[in-house]
Design a protein around this ligand. Structure first.
Ligand SMILES: [Zn+2]
Ligand SMILES: [Zn+2]
Length: 506
């Protein structure tokens, strides 16, 4: 330690930060020893800042060399003592820490976690425990603790004592450690190392990624079903998540870890469960496409990694026209040529143009082959025939009955005989149902929409009415299982009258 006399008054007990000690842990230790009410008041005393929520103060401290120097001077009279913690802010809200991008969500915010065994040996909070993706003590192979063992109060950084619960006064060192498996400890060790990760993708290929990508994968595994159905990757999520939720991700990653690399296909089952209701839609890759909107589009994972996470077989990107036709795409100079290429009638072609699934070229130009291929894909995978619609509803088609009569418009109004409906309409309904679906819900006496419907004169109409009541919140709870047809939705028996009110009986 440097000998210096550059003291700032404020601490009568002075001691340095230990190696590998968490900065917040050190400041709490210092605050407690010097009679401050917590980290925030210690920082305010050193910097002259007015008291504010610790979370905000914390970031300000890390990005200010002056503030870190002041705290170092007050702690041991050395302005450089804490400067290694200096971080520069990046535009997207992350911090650049010692040359690495560290996501704002990578560090726990208000929640704190500890290892009781470590604290029994040495009263120092380890810096690894600050990371949201670390859930196990590497030294003791024990799951960390994020709540008081006596009263259950969360352990938070705004507490006044390093070792004691603010609410009940219990000493955290008295908690009984929960053992973790060696594999779980290795997952935490990988994240604590802040080093690159190795992932095994399709074809047994190994992809080496930066730590940040592994952190994003961890975060994806912690997301709730509502994030998957809404394609939402929240900026702030993991840093406030309970240890239990985060450790369930570590347990899953432990099953995928093999000789230091992570087999991504081992994660697919858990992720697919989030969007499982989409599997009822009888078109290829509906679930995968939706999941990739999040993993590839929002989260920004490489395609090879994103697809390996969600599918056991490779998912091809949509090929471009020049790839399909080897640089010699057919020249489609007029509507007749396009009609012939697509093998459709005039009304369908007009429908494609009207719905903007096909675009007329500028004068003297040919049709854009990629645009025409898009139209072809739309006809193949973007529309559901009547039997396909009924496969989702889950009741047989009755003579003279069509779903559209109630709520769905066919895709092409120019041809009244064409009853096909856009996949998007059913996908939207299915996603809304999925977002309300909670597997942990239990209902004592249930009855399926299918069996209620069978008693009525228009079964499909009854099922649709039940779905509407769920979507508008009239029926708040339901149970659902594969194959996730609408007729498979099980509701409380008490809700049956609201569905069959007005229905005609057979
Ligand atoms: Zn420990
Ligand atoms: Zn307590």
């Amino acid at each position: 330690m440097r000998v210096t006399s550059d003291y700032l008054p404020g601490c009568y007990r002075n001691f340095p930060q230990e190696p590998e000690e968490s900065l917040r842990g050190y400041l709490l230790r210092l605050a407690e020893a010097n009679g401050y009410s917590g980290i925030s008041s210690l920082i305010c005393a050193a910097t002259g800042w007015k008291n504010r929520r610790l979370g905000l103060r914390w970031r300000e401290l890390l990005v200010s060399k002056d503030a870190l120097a002041s705290v170092g001077r007050m702690a041991i009279g050395d302005p450089e003592h804490l400067l290694k913690h200096y971080a520069s802010p990046i535009e997207d809200g992350a911090l650049l820490v010692q040359g690495r991008r560290m996501d704002d969500d990578a560090y726990l915010d208000e929640p704190a976690q500890i290892c009781p065994s470590c604290l029994n040996e040495n009263q120092v909070i380890h810096e690894d425990w600050d990371l949201a993706s670390v859930t196990v003590c590497l030294r003791h192979k024990a799951v960390l603790l994020d709540s008081c063992q006596c009263c259950g109060a969360p352990i938070v950084w705004s507490r006044s004592s390093l070792m004691r619960c603010d609410r009940c006064g219990a000493d955290f060192r008295g908690a009984t450690p929960t053992p973790a498996s060696l594999e779980e400890a290795e997952v935490s060790a990988d994240f604590a190392a802040i080093a690159p990760f190795r992932f095994i993708v399709h074809g047994n290929a190994v992809e080496v990624t930066v730590w940040d990508a592994a952190f994003r994968i961890f975060k994806c595994l912690a997301l709730a079903r509502r994030h998957w159905t809404a394609t939402e990757f929240p900026n702030v999520y993991l840093r406030n998540l309970s240890l239990e939720c985060r450790h369930s991700v570590a347990r899953l990653l432990a099953t995928a870890r093999n000789e230091g690399a992570y087999e991504l296909s081992a994660l697919a089952t858990r992720l697919r469960r989030m969007l499982a209701p989409l599997t009822v839609i009888p078109k290829p890759l509906v679930l995968e496409k939706k999941a990739l909107l999040l993993l590839y589009g929002e989260v920004g994972l490489p395609w090879s990694i994103a697809t390996a996470m969600i599918s056991t077989t490779p998912v091809e990107r949509i090929a471009k026209g020049y790839e399909i036709f080897h640089a010699h795409p057919p020249a489609l100079s007029n509507l007749v040529a396009v009609e012939k290429f697509l093998g459709v009638d005039n009304a369908t072609l007009s429908g494609l143009l009207r719905s903007q699934n096909l675009h007329l070229p500028f004068a003297d130009e040919s049709f854009d082959i990629d645009d025409v291929l898009n139209a072809q894909r739309y006809l193949q995978d973007g529309l559901l025939t009547l039997p396909e619609q009924y496969a989702i509803i889950g009741v047989p088609i009755q003579f003279g009955e069509i779903v559209q009569e109630w709520f769905i418009e066919p895709w092409n109004r120019l041809n009244g005989a064409d009853k096909r409906v856009e996949v998007q309409i059913f996908l939207h309904m299915q996603l809304q149902l999925a977002s309300k679906f909670d597997e942990s819900k239990k209902i004592d006496t249930t009855v399926s929409l299918g069996s209620i419907a069978a008693l009525t004169a228009h079964p499909s109409s009854t099922v649709v009415r039940g779905v509407m009541l769920i979507l508008n919140g009239t029926i708040a709870q339901f149970i659902w299982a594969a194959p996730y047809r609408w007729s498979d939705l099980q509701i409380d028996e008490a809700a049956v009258p609201s569905i069959i009110a007005g229905a005609r009986w057979t």
